[in-house]
Design a protein around this ligand. Structure first.
Ligand code: AHR
Length: 525
């Protein structure tokens, strides 16, 4: 493991006891925008064990009449997931949605070319909608613009959103689902810029198809919200130009452009890994710039915002991410089952900080994915389920980020990273509920060696509270002397967010100590 270079002083740099000192400034008068529930979305793809033995496991003792695991429903609720994107991902680019409706014993098993697997189609659109309703999440659908096109997207939309009296809406009713699902958010394909994608297209080819699909889909249901594919990562050679070309054609027909980003610790460079959100901030800024360039050049008035509908830590180079080969086309193989440690959880928390801080332009996001596949929730087939380390920052932020996102000024010492140059040792975002005045501060310490003392002047908050005192309601920190600790089915609780008793308010100033490689939430009232 590499150790980041020692702190460099920002203003005064170090506290009197030698720990790094970070000063945060916030004022309720300065907000970025509202906290959006859709920032706390996730993703269920027909990939590995996400669907089969993940959300769906008819043999499991907690399974309902539709085969859905009750324990996973409960954990999804506890995680605080808002929207769930379905059914892919790379999978969707070869998917025939009609395979997954009607009597289960008549559904075909198909090759899934994206993940070299077989799909028995026991879960399809109707089952997913049942699961979404039971779990209390908003479904977000993707249509296949890889092997298919406008007509099949229209058919699926008709099946989902038209009340009745037409072929596909009546088919839905005949399948036992009288009421339309009225799905609001639709993704126009998935990662169509990626050469690995089935039906991969140039920006020009995709722009035409996405625009015409969007136009036709809105003829069926003008109330839908459409996400056009941006780049599958900011490292793509076509990044930037892809966004501009696609939006030049589709601008007036879509609402969001997608962004996807996965991070992992490369070459034992923990210092860079812990600063991954620097890259996410830059990614968001670049996509926004491309969208606003098209807005200006095209003399459009509306804004295109970002659906960050795949983000997470993903160790793509590890063996568990390599699909089967040859004649082996298994159903629900173990794929992408990353085990997350404490450092991974700190990075996930920091990425959430970045998404919240950019709430003016990031209007939706999906943690990829929900169960088993690069996921906060893990299951054993027919057995136990448990929370990975990454579960906790997501659940805390989803529950306690309420109201408006505040602008946070950060004055922090920096350290040198190989990937991003000098970066602040701490990062933070804060939200404030205008109805109750409650403030939640989410912060990370990226140092691998030093405790960081964070100081926040609360006087502006006190003014808003008519001079009443501001107090700490709760302060929780996720950290461990061994940041490589991972949860398992046998032990998911020995490292959990713990009370941080250093959080105190004295004379209108909050002080809290953050241990090395840590995530902290402080709630104030
Ligand atoms: O989330 C895993 C995969 O990552 C998705 O299928 C794809 O869209 C992305 O490349």
């Amino acid at each position: 493991m590499s150790t980041p270079a020692p702190f460099r002083s920002a203003s005064d740099g170090t506290a009197s006891d030698g720990t790094a000192a970070v000063t945060l400034t916030l004022d309720p008068a300065f907000t970025v925008g509202p906290v959006r529930r859709r920032t706390f979305g996730s993703f269920v793809e027909h990939l590995g064990r996400c669907v089969y033995t993940g959300i769906h496991d008819p043999e499991h003792e907690s399974a309902d009449e539709n085969g859905f695991r009750g324990d996973v429903v409960e954990l999804t609720r506890e995680l605080g997931v808002s929207t769930v994107r379905y059914p892919g991902g790379n999978f969707v680019s070869g998917y025939r949605w009609e395979d997954g409706i009607g009597p289960k014993d008549q559904r075909p098993t198909r090759l899934d070319l994206a993940w070299h697997s077989s799909d028995p189609n026991l879960v399809g659109v109707d089952e997913f909608m049942q699961w979404a309703r039971k779990t209390g999440v908003e479904p977000m659908m993707a249509v296949n613009l890889g092997t298919r096109g406008i007509q099949e997207a229209l058919d699926l939309l008709e099946y989902c959103n038209v009340p009745g009296g037409t072929h596909f809406s009546d088919l839905r009713r005949a399948n036992g689902h009288e009421e339309p699902y009225r799905v609001k958010m639709w993704c126009l394909g998935n990662e169509m810029d990626g050469p690995w994608q089935i039906g991969h297209k140039t920006a020009e080819e995709y722009a035409r198809l996405a625009t015409e699909t969007a136009r036709a889909m809105r003829m069926v249901d003008p109330s839908i919200e459409l996400v056009v594919c941006g780049s599958s990562s900011s490292a793509m050679e076509t990044f930037g130009a892809w966004e501009a070309t696609v939006l030049e054609e589709s601008y007036e027909h879509v609402d969001y452009i997608s962004a996807h980003a996965y991070y992992f610790e490369e070459d034992d460079d923990l210092g860079s890994f812990l600063a991954s959100s620097v890259d996410m901030d830059h990614f968001i800024e670049s996509v926004t710039a491309a969208a606003d360039y098209v807005r200006a050049a095209g003399k459009h008035t509306k804004r295109i915002n970002i659906s960050f509908d795949e983000w997470n830590v993903w160790y793509q180079k590890r063996a568990e991410s390599v699909p089967p080969t040859g004649d082996d086309w298994p159903v629900a193989p173990v794929l992408l089952e990353d085990r997350y440690n404490v450092a991974d959880a700190v990075v996930v928390g920091n990425l959430l900080i970045s998404l919240l801080r950019n709430t003016d332009r990031v209007h939706a996001a999906s943690l990829a994915q929900l169960v088993n596949v690069i996921a906060p929730i893990m299951t054993e087939p027919g057995g136990r389920s448990w929370r990975q380390t990454t579960f906790h920052p997501f659940a805390q932020a989803s529950q306690h980020a309420v109201g408006d996102v505040l602008q946070v000024g950060i004055d922090a010492p920096t350290y040198e990273t190989a990937r991003f140059g000098e970066v602040p040792v701490a990062d933070a975002v804060a939200t404030r509920d205008p109805e109750t005045g409650a403030v939640s501060l989410f912060t990370v310490n990226r140092s691998t060696t030093e405790t960081t003392t964070v100081t926040v002047d609360l006087r502006a908050l006190r003014r808003e509270a008519d001079g009443q005192g501001v107090d700490v309601v709760e302060a929780l920190t996720l950290a461990n002397p061994d940041h490589t600790w991972s949860a398992t089915a046998d032990d998911e609780t020995s490292v959990l967010p713990q009370d941080n008793s250093t959080a105190t308010v004295d004379d209108g100033v909050l002080t809290v100590e953050l241990p090395p490689v840590s995530w902290t939430m402080v709630r104030l009232a």
